[in-house]
Design a protein around this ligand. Structure first.
Ligand code: PMP
Length: 449
């Protein structure tokens, strides 16, 4: 990669973003009462000097306050995998909030059992409980795993992401030992007191760590999705299940992103048998919603424990979790939008997207790779594709990524800010995918001269 050329192109695209988006820039410059000028500090993870401000969004389209329309492959980093504000979810939310009322009445609604049954049909876990975020689903799953096993530690994969869960902010350090992930904000204690870590696709390391006998649960994505997509090698996931059973450790599948693999995520697509499963983001169609599922056996064991306060202040729960609005949105999303048929169409589009990216990479002879997980495709600046999180982290190139994101955004295409991820929703079209293929190829032509 010619870095001088890259710097020049990046500066050119940054200037173009400022020219195209004066209203967004002015709004950002004015936002003095916000911590970091944004409603949430991660919104500063944007290619260019300021974020584009949202005006409206529908289906696979976003419009910014400067009046530009985008084909949205970011889809709220999966939160809008159902497309933005599908009419049937808008109706269900409107009915629950405006007509019936009672979004936070602290009373159950009948929708919840429908959703629980549907999640069981899809993912296989027999009992379900709700949260508002995937982070909380993970936190509570971890607490339940500790309670039921009596063990203190959680094992995760290096460079995983499971939300702002303290236990998960650990990586395999250069010396091979577990160490705090760089930049961890205000860790409550040394992370090695609460956590163990292995590389994805490394069963030997996993076994060594589990052999200590102190790991309550392995919390993992069946494929890593937050450091690029890292797919499991043949036999790896079976090995994880076999080892966790052998060492008395529970297995928690976090399907928040890997839900893209199909209507029941990787768990259904690959016949996995986790003890717990967590999910969030997409299931509420854009309304905050998360959930965790447990096996019937595990649920019974937990409910039978008189010493555990599962009802009041025992550490598992949130006042608005399972609220009528979130549950109504989740029902409408699962029943009518993210259906089995919808996933089939999304996966086909994603295949087309992958083929387009691959063709561009090959035409320009770049040493990059592309991976796909159902409706989600991602490219990485290294070839062959990374086998684990550490390899994938080493292939990061922030400037190159910023250039591609800015180049695409200035031409009406949004990718997920944190990586080169493109997600399909039920409203995405072949023409949308082909537009990306063309613009991506043009970006590569400029890069390679
Ligand atoms: N799990 C996974 C796999 C995720 O990718 C994320 C967020 N990117 C989370 C959990 C946390 O989701 P939330 O921020 O909605 O709590």
């Amino acid at each position: 990669m010619d870095r001088t050329r890259l710097h020049h192109l990046l500066a050119r695209e940054s200037a173009e973003a400022e020219r195209r988006n004066p209203r967004s820039k002015a709004a950002y410059d004015r936002a003095e009462h916000l911590f970091g000028r944004v409603p949430m500090t991660w919104m500063n993870k944007t290619a260019g000097a300021f974020p584009r401000y949202l005006d409206s969004a529908r289906g696979a389209r976003v419009t910014d306050v400067d009046g530009h329309e985008y084909i949205d492959f970011c889809l709220g980093d999966t939160g809008a995998m159902a497309g933005h504000s599908p009419a049937v979810v808008a109706d269900a939310v409107g009915r629950r909030y405006a007509e019936l009322g009672g979004a936070t009445a602290m009373l159950p609604t009948e929708d919840a059992e429908w959703v629980g049954a549907e999640l069981t049909r899809r993912f296989g876990l027999a009992r379900w409980s709700f949260s508002l975020t995937a982070t909380d689903a993970n936190r509570w799953a971890i607490r339940l795993a500790r309670a039921v096993t009596g063990r203190p530690k959680i094992l995760v994969n290096s460079y995983c992401y499971h939300g702002s869960v303290d236990e998960s902010l650990i990586v395999v350090g250069p010396d091979g030992r577990g160490t705090a992930r760089e930049g961890n904000v205000g860790a409550p204690c040394d992370v090695t007191l609460t956590s163990r870590v292995a590389e994805f696709n490394d069963l030997d390391r996993l076994e060594r760590e589990l052999a200590h006998g102190d790991v309550a649960a392995v919390l993992m994505e069946p494929a890593l999705t937050n450091i690029g997509i890292v797919l499991p090698e043949a036999g790896y996931l079976d090995g994880v299940r076999e080892l966790t059973r052998r060492y008395g450790t529970l297995l928690i599948n976090d399907e928040t992103h890997t839900f893209s693999a199909g209507p029941g995520g990787c768990t259904a697509a690959w016949d996995l048998e986790p003890d717990l499963l967590t999910i969030g983001k997409a299931i509420g169609g854009g309304i905050p919603a998360g959930a965790y599922g447990l096996s019937a056996e595990l649920a019974d064991r937990l409910l039978g424990r008189a010493d555990l306060d599962l009802v009041d202040m025992g550490g598992v729960g949130g006042t608005l979790a399972g609220n009528a609005l979130s549950v109504a949105a989740t029902r409408a999303t699962l029943e009518h939008v993210l259906t089995d048929d919808a996933f089939a169409g999304m996966a086909k589009l994603s295949e087309r997207f992958e083929a387009g990216v691959r063709a561009g990479i090959e035409a320009h002879g770049l040493p990059w790779s592309v991976a796909r997980l159902g409706a989600r495709t991602e490219y990485r600046f290294t070839d062959p594709a990374p086998r684990n999180g550490t390899e994938s982290a080493a292939a990061a190139d922030a400037e190159l990524e910023d250039f591609l994101h800015l180049y695409l955004a200035n031409r009406g295409i949004l990718l997920t800010p944190f990586h080169n991820m493109a997600l399909m929703c039920p409203d995405t079209t072949e023409a949308d995918v082909d537009t990306h293929t063309e613009v991506f190829a043009a970006a590569l032509s400029e890069l390679t001269g």
